[in-house]
Write a protein that binds this ligand. Structure first.
Ligand SMILES: *Cc1c(COP(=O)(O)O)cnc(C)c1O
Length: 405
């Protein structure tokens, strides 16, 4: 009894700030990085190649190319399909800028499409009306780690002969109807940025089943130099190389791959922990009518990169921004996903977009708060978050509306 009252006392006044996100690093990652440092081979080499093989095997993709970000992977994907200046690419409006900026790299145009009210993923029902003779590809994002409606999207893509590129920055190791993300479309980009479900600090992976895309991307990822250029300093390598195209510098380092190898080996446990936290949150919040808990449909495997709460602001006397401030005062870190792209000055001004052009994305953004969800959180941390959210809701609940007719 004394114990439980102590916990309660602690919970009402958390002493330390709970960061919004933290990577989960164990001794295995540390040892592997040290081993890499001692090996003398720091950049792309044997560990990157092993990481590619093991990632490809885990996802079931014929080809996997390790790069230094998901942004790089998406850039390479658009290069592989031959995107040209003046072309158009379908991009969901509710995403991180990376999904659309890579289109702008080519002086091509990202054509934004609004998202589905429930999942905040690309709304397949609104897709077709945005396709024009200039459309060259459809980009799909799996918001929070919940796969988008790929069957409906692929049906439209097929009808128009368009490749589908997945921004799976949130979605390792998610599944759509039993199929691993990374094998579901023409090209898929994963992110290993520090907050993501698998982290190498910075990093990414491009997967595909198409050998021509794989070959092109591998060459472009390392200066447009003929394949396996990374080997030129090894015993099997040769000093001679040829530059075939003006490529990029997107290769992953062995230092990053060293971390990735162990994250990959622990990915099942990391996923279980995220799922457990999501379930605890949703159970606790399902009793609060002021909150909409995130969807988790049965035909997908959600990997819970993010846990996005949606406030029913009409039932509250507090704004979303003040809610975030109150959580900060309770020492809970949060974030907001996403500021719709059409609101950012660059996209708004370049493509002449108005605030109300994408009403669903705008509505989702205005009431969203992302709560901490990562494997290193203790059960106490999770309960602290729940207690803080509940307290703010109870303090700012609107009295039920009574009609006086
Ligand atoms: C994190 C993120 C990216 C970018 O990933 P990087 O590896 O940092 O390039 C792209 N798209 C979405 C939706 C993201 O959340």
């Amino acid at each position: 009894m004394e114990h439980s009252s102590l916990i309660k006392a602690k919970r009402s006044a958390r002493q330390t700030f709970l960061p919004f996100a933290l990577p989960h690093i164990t001794q295995a990652e540390i040892d592997e990085v040290v081993d890499t440092l001692r090996s003398g081979w720091l950049t792309t080499g044997p560990k990157t190649k092993r990481f590619e093989r093991e990632f490809a095997a885990q996802v079931g993709a014929p080809y996997a190319l390790a790069v230094n970000s998901a942004t790089a992977a998406m850039h390479l994907a658009l290069d592989a399909i031959g995107l040209q200046a003046g072309d158009e690419v379908i991009v969901p409006d509710y995403t991180f800028t990376a999904t659309a900026e890579v289109v702008a790299y080519f002086k091509a145009k990202p054509v934004f499409v609004d998202v589905d009210l429930v999942t905040c993923n690309l709304d397949a029902a609104q897709l077709e009306k945005h396709i024009t003779p200039r459309t060259r590809a459809i980009m799909v994002v799996h918001i929070a780690g919940l796969p988008a409606e790929l069957d409906a999207i692929h049906a439209i893509a097929k009808a128009y002969g368009l490749p589908v590129i997945e921004d799976a920055a949130h979605a390792f190791p998610a599944k759509y109807r039993g199929q691993m993300i990374g094998t579901t479309s023409d090209l898929t980009a994963f992110s290993f940025y520090v907050t993501k479900t698998l982290s190498t600090g910075e990093g990414g992976m491009l997967t595909t089943a198409n050998p021509e895309y794989a070959e092109r991307a591998a060459i472009m990822a390392l200066h447009g130099i003929s394949r396996d250029a990374w080997k030129r300093y090894s015993e099997q390598g040769s000093w001679y190389y040829e530059v075939l195209r003006a490529g990029y510098k997107y290769n992953m380092t062995d230092l990053a791959a060293a971390i990735g190898l162990h994250q990959l080996a622990r990915s099942e446990w990391l996923l279980e922990r995220r799922c457990a936290i999501a379930q605890r949150y949703s159970n606790a919040f399902s009793h609060l009518p002021e909150i909409e808990t995130p969807p988790n449909p049965a035909h997908v495997e959600h990997v819970w990169h993010l846990y996005i709460l949606r406030l029913r602001l009409e039932r509250l006397t507090i704004t979303r921004d003040a809610f975030i401030q109150a959580l900060k005062q309770a020492k809970i870190g949060t974030s907001v996903h996403f500021i719709p792209l059409h609101l950012h000055p660059f996209y708004r001004d370049t493509y002449q977009l108005a605030a109300d052009d994408f009403p669903v994305a705008l509505h989702a953004y205005r009431r969203a708060i992302s709560l901490p969800i990562y494997p290193g959180m203790t059960d106490e941390d999770v309960e602290d978050v729940i207690a803080a959210v509940e307290k703010i809701i109870i303090t700012h609940r609107k009295p039920p509306c009574i009609s006086h007719k």
